[in-house]
Write a protein that binds this ligand. Structure first.
Ligand code: FAD
Ligand code: UDP
Length: 382
């Protein structure tokens, strides 16, 4: 009845399902455990009519032409350039920390002097990791580095990861550099914006194909099982490809222990005012137990009366019912454990791991779309 099975209807699952259905003319079954599609990109209207991102703020940005053009088949865009400020004891600094932030902290005269030094050392427009900046031997640059480390990165990172910026994987810190420019945007990518009618609508369009059947509210393990060398669908051997986008340790009942993740807890508040903060996201980098507050209307351009905000509280993922594993904790030990699970899958030649969870990676939406398209290219000799 089906040629392929896709487990999970997030970015990875939706794109690969579409590609198998359209490019390869395969009958695809998509099984999603949540009651809705779109994974963590899911958005919905709250009881006050405000479009909210249920699982945290998602802003699309990419330098990948193929990805931009691909998604543009399924949505128009609201041209939004994301800007973030950090609340540092009540003053608001542009993040990434840039030359505007520098002048705000040090004033015109000192700011100019430091700007020269930074430009001479790293170049105009450079993106410098805070960890690199901290290693600079110039005393004044070191003071800037200490200021930024203490006021932008240290406390936020402690909240988010339970570790200091020096302890976590450097690739995570590289996501938010110090910017030697006046550009206040959070991302410098060529294409950025929000799907005009929201993410859920965009994923509905991606999954809307006659060869795709989507079943929501069903954990794959209710229909899929493994013998020693075969994958079964409803207890019958299935030889088509199975694309799994969930956490790989769950497939094998945590035989090597749980892969560590950070989770988030979100709280929402509604206000009668049209706006309660100046930016889509305000990061709380020195105090409060939440990391950031999102005010959705800034990001979606919605004109509705009133406003809804969301606070994010990070913590350790325990696997408790209802908790969601949002962020893989990247380090050698966890990677090695992940590889053990991958090894267990080697005896099945028709299962593919795809996605932020299944690959235990920190992928943005665009990277995920690209990976899904590349897997489709690989399977595309269908
Ligand atoms: P997911 O979206 O997690 O989808 C996986 C799906 O599989 C889920 O729906 C899950 O329920 C389902 N599933 C798992 N196991 C099973 C099972 N056993 N049976 C059935 N279904 C299963 N990226 C950006 O580009 N811009 C941003 O601004 C941005 N902001 C983010 C903010 C937060 C708080 C987080 C956590 C991530 C953010 N991302 C952002 C990253 C983005 O969410 C991911 O790139 C994207 O969601 C990855 O897609 P995915 O399909 O791999 O995973
Ligand atoms: N970060 C920080 N302060 C900030 C913004 C980011 O310390 O004001 C660090 C933090 O460790 C965070 C990482 O940079 O986890 C990556 O930030 P990004 O905004 O990319 O995180 P995401 O939106 O993926 O949660």
């Amino acid at each position: 009845m089906y040629d392929s099975i896709v487990i999970g209807a997030g970015v990875a699952g939706s794109v690969i399902a579409r590609e198998l259905a359209e490019r390869c003319n395969k009958k695809v079954l998509v099984i999603e455990q949540r009651e809705h599609i779109a994974g963590n990109c899911y958005d919905e209207y709250d009881e006050n009519g405000i479009l909210i991102h249920t699982y945290g703020p998602h802003i699309f940005h990419t330098n990948k032409k193929r990805v931009y053009e691909y998604l543009s088949r399924f949505t128009k865009w609201y041209p939004y350039s994301h800007e973030v400020v950090a609340n540092v004891y009540g003053t608001y600094l542009p993040v990434p920390f840039n030359l505007n932030s520098l002048y705000q902290v040090y004033g015109e005269e000192k700011g100019k002097e430091l700007e020269e030094k930074l430009k001479n050392t790293y170049g105009d427009g450079a993106r410098v990791s805070i960890l690199t900046l901290k290693e600079n031997e110039d005393e004044e640059i070191q003071k800037v580095a200490d200021y930024v480390y203490e006021n932008v990165f240290l406390h936020y990172t402690m909240k988010q990861w339970g570790q200091t910026p020096d302890e976590i994987d450097p690739s995570v810190m590289n996501r938010v550099p110090v910017l030697i420019s006046r550009d206040n945007r959070y991302f410098q990518d060529t294409w950025q914006g929000m799907p005009l009618d929201g993410y859920t609508k965009m994923f509905e369009a991606i999954l809307n194909h006659e060869n795709i059947e989507v079943q929501v509210g069903k954990k794959a393990q209710e229909r899929i099982s493994f013998t020693n060398d075969q994958i079964l669908l409803d207890d019958v051997p299935f030889s088509g490809e199975v694309i799994y986008t969930g956490p790989v340790d769950e497939l094998f009942e945590f035989q090597y222990g749980r892969l560590p993740y950070r989770t988030l807890h979100f709280t929402f508040e509604h206000f009668e005012e049209d706006y309660v903060q100046t930016h889509g996201v305000v990061n709380y980098t020195v105090n409060e137990s939440y990391t950031r507050i999102t005010e959705f209307k800034h990001m979606t351009g919605q004109k509705e009366k009133g406003t809804t905000i969301m606070k994010e509280y990070p913590s350790t993922y325990t696997g408790e019912e209802g908790e969601i594993p949002y962020y893989a904790i990247l380090n050698e030990e966890n990677r090695a454990n992940y590889e053990k699970y991958c090894k267990m899958l080697e005896k099945y030649d028709n299962i593919y791991l795809l996605g932020r969870l299944a690959e235990y990676q920190y992928y943005n939406i665009d990277a995920m779309v690209e990976k899904a398209l590349e897997l489709a290219d690989k399977l595309g000799s269908c």
